[in-house]
Design a protein around this ligand. Structure first.
Ligand SMILES: [Zn+2]
Length: 198
């Protein structure tokens, strides 16, 4: 393989879910495209890195200081939903009629992978709950072992701060990543969320 083609294949193969074979197929597809299309792809990749950053308030992806959800005055600012990633916000927005605001942790606690509270946006969360009044905090983390452990940790901390908390109803299959849960189930799990007796 030519070194130039190999370089592209190696870069594409770094993306999740793509092995060398799929990477080669995509690289050859790009090779067949016009130079304008190839430049547009390269530019879109660079621009997303330059322009997108985390919302100063919730950790969602945004091009401005605040994301569209935090900037929306019509949303219920006293209802807070805690999620793992900006992708989960997209899912919940599409699947449910949720009108509150969010807080993105940037992952879940994982002793095996060395992820501690300091690695997540948890200090930012407590700063937020200190500065604003929240009527209810909803934990919408994946019901995996790490997601459940993170929910338990947060419930203890929420209790210590005298904040009312709830969790997604158990309609979400145990062990499932939130991103793989169908929209109807996700919508029902949010609507029928259970009050945590913390
Ligand atoms: Zn935001």
């Amino acid at each position: 393989m030519s070194p130039t083609l190999e370089r592209l294949v190696d870069q594409i193969a770094k993306l999740p879910g793509l092995g060398k074979k799929s990477a080669l197929r995509l690289a050859l597809h790009i090779l067949k495209q016009s130079e304008a299309d190839a430049r547009a792809l390269a530019d879109a990749i660079v621009q997303v890195k330059i322009k997108l950053h985390l919302c100063a308030q919730c950790g969602n992806l945004t091009e401005g200081d605040l994301c569209v959800i935090c900037a929306d005055q019509k949303r219920d600012g006293a209802l807070l939903c805690i999620v793992e990633s900006p992708q989960d916000i997209l899912r919940l927005e599409k699947a449910t009629g949720y009108r509150g605001v969010y807080h993105v942790l940037g992952g879940v606690l994982s002793p095996l992978d060395g992820v501690t509270p300091d690695d997540l946006r948890i200090a930012d969360l407590w700063k937020r709950t200190d500065q604003h009044v929240f009527r209810e905090v909803i934990l919408a983390l994946s019901p995996t072992a790490d997601g459940d452990a993170t929910s338990m940790y947060l419930l203890r901390e929420l209790k210590a701060r005298k904040l009312a908390a709830s969790r997604l109803a158990r309609g979400v299959p145990i062990g499932a990543e939130l991103e793989n849960v169908d929209e109807v189930t996700l919508s029902r799990a949010l609507a029928e969320r259970t009050k945590a007796d913390n």
